[in-house]
Design a protein around this ligand. Structure first.
Ligand code: GLN
Length: 485
């Protein structure tokens, strides 16, 4: 077997048994990048020198018996997560040359686990988008079909994992950006509970939604990465001081005693018939595995999630992005002595069209006279949605929905119509609004393109999600399929 095809846990066994070294594994992954990258374009930066240095250090640690389940295993970090001394661009002209002076909390934690970083992955600019076409540099291509998008905004991370250009990756999810690309690339993507993983060093898009999480080849790997990145961080005031369980203990194949619900509002008119079919089939499988399923649950406020999100998220973005004024850091327009012109042109040339659209939407929603009508109203809707989830999750251990209403779409298909693009997150956005965790797992194919099943859980019940996802994975073969590339 080619080493770049390994999962984290498979690679760990081989490293532990001294059958391979981290240097060999890293070399194999870098070779795979060398071959696939020409077609996939998953990386903004490839950190070959750093990777070899870290692999060398990891091999020493392994020889000295200081090994964690991630030691010596190559990973990729989405380019919205700060890496000390490594360019962190958010796929934006604004930060094209930005080199952070510090590591994000998750990167500190992974470094302490002895990981190998092979690169920083492409994304929609500032994580705004669902296809990675909003990258200021280039789009990323779906390894399952190079004419299709890999999803977004963590499209680079998802495509890199699926194409074997890394063993695993980190992404960030504000409205679906881990789960949707995971679904589009036939891998596992977990968005943790808001507050479970520190946002320190994650460049802010919409601070009350953003969470970092793993994109992996299987559920076991997802649990292993969660073990490393979850936990309290006093530098993030929304991080919660709850103990971190050993997530691998949740990996059990039997679902007896679990109650699952299927919310009817997630099977919207216009959704792809094969997606609906695949998800109903997946739910049937979970029932066979012992879970008790209620096939008709209602979350009546669901249709208001998308409009509420597109008020609140841009409002927060407009405040967060005000820092890019050309003075403190980032791109700075210099060809004028007029301060106002310099600030205006900095934003004009530094930001792409989608980022500008969000800033305008947010500024408008927050302005005097409109604040009550839009922002405040959207916050009230947010409360309703949270309460509905909270009630439903009082009766069920988890809820089951499609990850996306359609399989991966064609490049260019939705770029001219932002509303169509926004709709591709209709199943994932409500989860961020409620701040609860959800995982996407491979659950079928339509015309050779992957379909994801989304499992939604109670706050801090990532273990339950991993349990259900693992049982499903054990009973199916979808996750074993690899793209033709
Ligand atoms: N597609 C959604 C948006 O554009 C969500 C993006 C994300 O989760 N970062 O806002």
């Amino acid at each position: 077997m080619d080493l770049w095809q390994l999962t984290i846990h498979e690679a760990h066994e081989l490293l532990k048994g001294k059958e391979i070294s981290s240097l060999e594994l890293t070399q194999a992954v870098l070779q795979s990048i060398g071959q696939a990258e020409e077609k996939i374009h998953a990386f903004v930066t490839i950190t070959e020198d750093l990777a070899f240095k870290q692999a060398d250090r990891a091999d020493k640690q392994i020889r000295n018996g200081q090994m964690t389940p991630l030691t010596g295993i190559p990973g990729v970090i989405k380019d919205v997560i700060c890496t000390k001394g490594i360019r962190t661009t958010c796929s934006s002209r604004m930060l094209e040359n930005f080199i952070p002076p510090y590591d994000a909390d998750v990167v500190e934690r992974l470094n302490a686990y002895g990981i190998v970083i092979v690169g920083k992955s492409n994304m929609d600019e500032f994580a705004m988008g669902s296809s990675t076409e909003n990258s200021a540099f280039f789009p990323t291509y779906n390894p399952w079909d190079l004419t299709c998008v890999p999803g977004g905004s963590s499209g680079g991370s998802a495509a890199a994992v699926a194409a074997g250009e890394t063993i695993y990756a980190l992404g960030s999810d504000t409205g679906g950006s881990i789960r949707q690309p995971a679904g589009f690339c036939n891998i596992v993507g977990l968005k943790p509970t808001y507050g479970r993983v520190s946002r320190y060093g994650l460049v802010a898009f919409a601070s009350s939604f953003d969470q970092i999480g793993p994109l992996t080849k299987d559920v076991t790997d997802s649990a292993l990465v969660m073990n490393a990145i979850a936990g309290y961080d006093p530098r993030d005031s929304t991080s919660l001081p709850y103990p971190v369980p050993d997530y691998t203990r949740a990996l059990i194949g039997d679902l007896h005693g679990l109650r699952l619900g299927v919310p009817r509002e997630y099977f919207i008119p216009g959704m792809h018939p094969e997606v609906e079919q695949a998800i109903r089939c997946a739910v049937g499988k979970l029932e066979q595995l012992g879970a008790k399923v209620d096939w008709d649950v209602s979350l009546p406020s669901t249709p208001y999630a998308l409009p509420a999100y597109y008020i609140i998220a841009p409002s927060e973005a407009s405040a967060n992005l005000a820092r890019y004024d050309g003075v403190k850091y980032g791109f700075s327009y210099q060809d004028t002595s007029n301060m106002w012109e310099a600030m205006g042109k900095t934003k004009q040339f530094g930001f792409g069209p989608e980022v500008k659209r969000r800033i305008m939407l947010g500024t408008y929603a927050l302005s005097a006279g409109y604040y009550d009508a839009y922002y405040l109203k959207a916050q009230k809707v947010r409360t309703l949605i949270r309460e509905e989830f909270s009630q439903a999750l009082g009766r069920f251990d988890a809820l089951l929905t499609p990850t996306s209403p359609s399989p991966p779409f064609k490049l260019g298909e939705k770029v001219a119509d932002p509303l169509q693009m926004y709709l591709s997150d209709v199943c994932t956005l409500p989860i961020n609004i409620a701040g609860i965790p959800a995982i996407s797992v491979p659950a079928g194919f339509s015309d050779g393109l992957p379909i994801g099943l989304q499992i939604i859980g109670k706050p801090f019940a990532e273990e339950v999600l991993l349990h259900i996802a693992f049982a499903y994975e054990q009973a199916t073969e979808w996750h074993k399929r690899r793209p033709p590339i």
